[in-house]
Design a protein around this ligand. Sequence first.
Ligand SMILES: [Zn+2]
Length: 404
Amino acid sequence: MRVSTAFNRLLQIPGATVTDVVIGDGQIEVHLRPRARLLHCPCGKHLRAVYDRRRRRWRHLDLAHARLWLVYDIRRINCPDCGVITEELPWARPGARHTRDFEDVVLWLAQRTDRTSVSTLMRCAWETVTAIINRGVTELLDQRRLQTLYRIGVDEICYRHPHHYLTIVGDHDTGTVIDIETGRSEQSLTNFYAAQPESSLAQIEAVSMDVSRAYTGATTAAVPHALICYDGFHIMQWVNRALDRVYAESIRLPGYATADWKAARWALRTGENKLTDDKRALVNHIARTNRRIGRAWTLKEQVRDLYRYDHEPGTARRLLKAWITAAKRSRIPAFVALGKRFTIYFEPILAAIELGISNALIEGINAKIRLINARGYGHHSAQTLSSMIYLCLGGLQVTLPTKT
Ligand SMILES: [Zn+2]
C-alpha cells in the first residue's frame, strides 16, 4: 500500500485527498488536495474559478510521538456577490491554525482540567489553548439553543480584586449559565435583557436575586410582568443580624461566662428544628431569663417558618403582613427597623416565599466559577474567564472526534 493511500484511510479528512506524506524528525506533513473542483461560497453560490492560492498548515492530532500537520493550498474565490473570500474547510474553523479535531479535544479537556495540563498534554502553547477556547466557545454559543426561559437568577461575582465584577445570569430549570456581562451595574443586566427577543422576555415569570437596587431596576424596566424574588438566605441574614444585635445589647446573663457568649449566639441563630437537646435547653434558659431575647428569637423563627413550609394561596401574604406588624410593635429597635425594611421589600420577599425560589442555584454557579478562576491562575481578561464559564457551565456540548 502506498503511504498516501495509508494516510488517506488513516486520517479520513473530509473533502480532501492525501497527495503526499513527508516524514521528518518528529514531524509528519500530510499534503492535501481538494476532492471537488467546485468552490462553495458561504452565500450558497458555486464557483469554478480560483482567485488565488496560499499554502497553509494546520496542526492535527499527534500520531504517536510525531506532530502531524496538514498542508493545503487554501483557495480564495471572487464571488460576484461577496467579493474576495477564503474558502471554508471542513477540517478547520475559519482562521484556525489547528484542525477541528485538535481543537475539539482541547475544548473537551478544558471543560475538565486546568489549562496548563491541557497545553502540556496537547503539546501546544498556553496562549494557543486560550485562543482555541475563545474561538470554540463563540461557535458553540452560536449553535446553542436556549430553552424557553421561565425562571432565571442573577448575581454578581468579583473575579479580580478590587472592583472587577461580572454579572451572571442562570436558568433555574437547566442549572446552566445563560449569560455573562461585565460589571454589576443596572446597565450590565440591561444589556442581557436587551439582547433577548421580545418573545423570550414575555415568557420570563420570575427573576431571583440578592437584594440589589441595580438588578431590580433593570428587571423592572425590561420585564415588568416578571416577579422579582429576593433570596431568602439574604433575608435570613438580616433577621439573624438583628437577633445578634439584641443579644449583644442585652446585659450579660447570670450563670453564663463570657466564654459561653459565642456558643449562646450560635445556639440562638440555629434553627429550632436543628437544635441539639443541650442547645435547646440553653436557648430556653436565655429566653426565660431575658424576655427581649426570647421575643427576638421567636420573631426569627417565624421568618424561618415562612421559608420552610408550603403555604395555601394567600396565607404567606397574610403571615408576612402579621409578622411585620408584630416586629414593628415589638419595641425592639433592631426588629422595628427590620419591619420597616420588610414593608419596603414586601413583594420581592413574598414572591420568593410563594414560588419557593432562592438564589442558591446562582450561588452554586458562583462557587464553581471561583474554582475555574483559581485553576486558571487568574484569568486576566474578563473575556477569557467568560469563555471558560460558558465552556464549563453554559451547557455547551463538545463532541470528541473519537466519539461515534
Ligand atoms: Zn458569495
